[in-house]
Every structure is written in structure tokens, then in C-alpha cells.
Design a protein around this ligand. Structure first.
Ligand code: NAP
Length: 271
């Protein structure tokens, strides 16, 4: 038996230091980075030193988010793209490499919600939600992984899943639940496949967060209160509360974490 002091640990260079979370010199793409959770993540990654590509469809909010990132002192670029379009995701990854010289971190955050009873969901609605939340996430990951594999220095892919990836609800969100459940397990599959390239793939499962996506619920006080109570902390979260988990999963602090789903849900799934 090898002596524990000699160590099985093959990461002999691992240093514990105060720059454990530092992202200086790293380049990130955040899909859906223009608003809500994605915007907070863009600003959070920049705060820790990363250059950030903001990817979304709307130019006005996207350019604004990129400008706010630059105020943090790092480089930023808005790329107008629809993640449901495979060619656009490939172009976004290549343009990032062309403009910033590399790509280290992908945050797959772009997503759309659903509000339709399961018995009324149409094929077109199914395709739209799966097209963005699952197919878009997969092909954006593939495009980013190709660049990361070429670079040969590993990388990080962080998928924004949801509590609804592991629990159901009565809210008319069946297709959304299906898409997020698939994201949780796709994360594990990609983590296993791309481990050989040292591309670590993890997901984050937010509880209810105050953004445009939950605006309709926020405007229904009875429902909002019911849903707040399902969180052990008794409230919705704010977008900035997703940043810590993202920086952790993007940084040197998580070199032995892959295939994991980290809930940031105020205890929604703790009951
Ligand atoms: P949001 O406020 O509605 O923002 C969505 C973002 O995604 C926007 O930047 C939007 O910009 C972009 N986007 C949407 N469709 C896109 C597409 N086809 N291509 C590129 N970008 C697209 O949503 P959010 O609440 O911040 O949600 C962000 C992520 O967290 C989603 O994956 C969501 O499912 C997940 N999540 C949210 C909650 C919550 O309670 N809010 C809870 C759990 C998980 P454009 O419209 O300009 O493209």
C-alpha cells in the first residue's frame, strides 16, 4: 500500500492560496448573458477577472450588459445569436477564439420557460422549448468543446439547470421540466466523455429567482407566496446569488468536481 503521505494525489502542483477563485486571463461565453441570471453571471465572472462574451438575441440589452462588464475592467463583446440555431452557436465559439484568442469557460444559461397544461402542449411548443433549453445547450457545448480540445488546456462548462430538473410541479411546465431533467443527466454524460480533455462539466440548479422569467408569478401574490414557502428559506433568490456557485465551478477551486449538479435553491429540494 502506498503511504498516504506519499499520496495518491496526482495534482501535486495544487496550491491553496487566496487566488483560488481568480479568473484573470480566462475567457468565458455566457449564453443569455443580457438579462436576469446570465447578466449577473457575466458581471460576476468579470469581477473575478474573466473576459466575457455576452451572447443573446436582443442587441440593445446585450450591448448594455457587455458595456457593464467592461466597467469592471475586463474585455467584453456582445455576440448576437440564437442558441437554437446550430450554425450560430458554432460561429459564436469561433468568433470568441478569433477576438480573444481562446475560450476557457462556457456558461449555458439561455433558457425559456413554459406555461401550458400538459394536455394542451403542441408539437411546436415542445420543439421551441427543447430547441433552446436542451438542443441549444448541447450544440453550444459541442462548439465550445471543439475550441477547448484544440487548445489542449481543458475547460469548464457550466449548465444552468433548475430545481425543476429533479422535481415536478403543477405549474404547466412539463416540457420545461423535461428539458431541465435532460440537462442534469446530459451534464453527467458530457462530464464522463470530456474528462479525458480535462473539460469539467457541471450544472447549477437554481430555485425560483426574481427575473423576467418569473415576472408573471411575482405578479400573482397568492401563487408567489405558496412558491416562496416551498423554499426552506421562505423566499425567492436574486440573480446575484447564482454567481458564487458559478465562479466556484469556473475556477481552480473546483478542479476535482465534474458531473455534479449544485442546487442554489434556498432549500427547495431539501424538504
Ligand atoms: P430571463 O430573465 O428570461 O433571461 C433569459 C436570457 O436568455 C436572456 O438574456 C435572453 O436574451 C436569453 N435567451 C433566451 N432565449 C435565447 C436564445 N434562443 N438564444 C440566445 N439567448 C436566449 O431568464 P432567467 O430567469 O435569467 O433564466 C436564466 C436561466 O436560468 C434559464 O436557463 C432558466 O431556465 C434558468 N432558471 C431560472 C430560474 C428562475 O426562477 N428565474 C430558476 C431555475 C432555472 P434574448 O431574449 O435577448 O435572447
Amino acid at each position: 500500500m502506498p503511504n498516504v503521505d506519499q499520496g495518491f494525489c496526482r495534482q501535486e502542483q495544487f496550491r491553496i492560496s487566496r487566488d483560488l477563485f481568480d479568473l484573470t486571463g480566462k475567457v468565458a461565453i455566457v449564453t443569455g448573458g443580457s438579462r436576469g441570471i446570465g447578466r449577473a453571471i457575466c458581471l460576476g465572472l468579470a469581477t473575478f477577472g474573466a473576459d466575457v462574451v455576452v451572447l443573446a438575441r436582443d442587441r440593445v440589452t446585450g450591448e448594455d450588459a457587455a458595456a457593464r462588464v467592461r466597467e469592471k475592467g475586463t474585455r467584453s463583446l456582445f455576440i448576437q445569436a440564437d442558441v437554437a440555431d446550430i450554425a450560430e452557436t458554432a460561429r459564436a465559439a469561433e468568433r470568441t477564439r478569433a477576438e480573444f484568442g481562446r475560450l476557457d469557460i462556457l456558461v449555458n444559461n439561455a433558457g425559456i420557460g413554459a406555461q401550458e397544461p400538459a394536455e394542451k402542449v403542441t408539437s411546436a411548443e415542445w420543439d421551441a422549448i427543447i430547441g433552446v433549453n436542451l438542443k441549444g445547450l448541447f450544440f453550444m457545448s459541442q462548439a465550445a468543446a471543439k475550441v477547448m480540445i484544440d487548445q489542449g488546456e481543458g475547460g469548464r462548462i457550466i449548465n444552468i439547470a433548475s430545481i425543476f430538473g429533479i422535481v415536478g410541479s403543477e405549474l404547466g411546465a412539463s416540457v420545461y421540466h423535461a428539458s431541465k431533467g435532460a440537462v442534469v443527466n446530459l451534464t453527467r454524460a458530457l462530464a464522463c466523455e470530456w474528462a479525458k480533455y480535462n473539460i469539467l462539466v457541471n450544472s447549477i440548479g437554481p430555485g425560483f429567482i426574481v427575473t423576467d422569467m418569473t415576472k408573471a408569478i411575482q405578479e400573482m401574490p397568492v401563487l408567489a407566496e405558496l412558491l416562496e414557502k416551498r423554499h426552506a428559506l421562505g423566499r425567492f433568490g436574486c440573480p446575484e446569488e447564482i454567481v458564487g456557485a458559478t465562479v466556484f465551478l469556473a475556477s481552480r477551486a473546483s478542479t476535482f468536481v465534474t458531473g455534479e449538479n449544485l442546487f442554489v435553491d434556498g432549500g427547495y429540494t431539501a424538504w
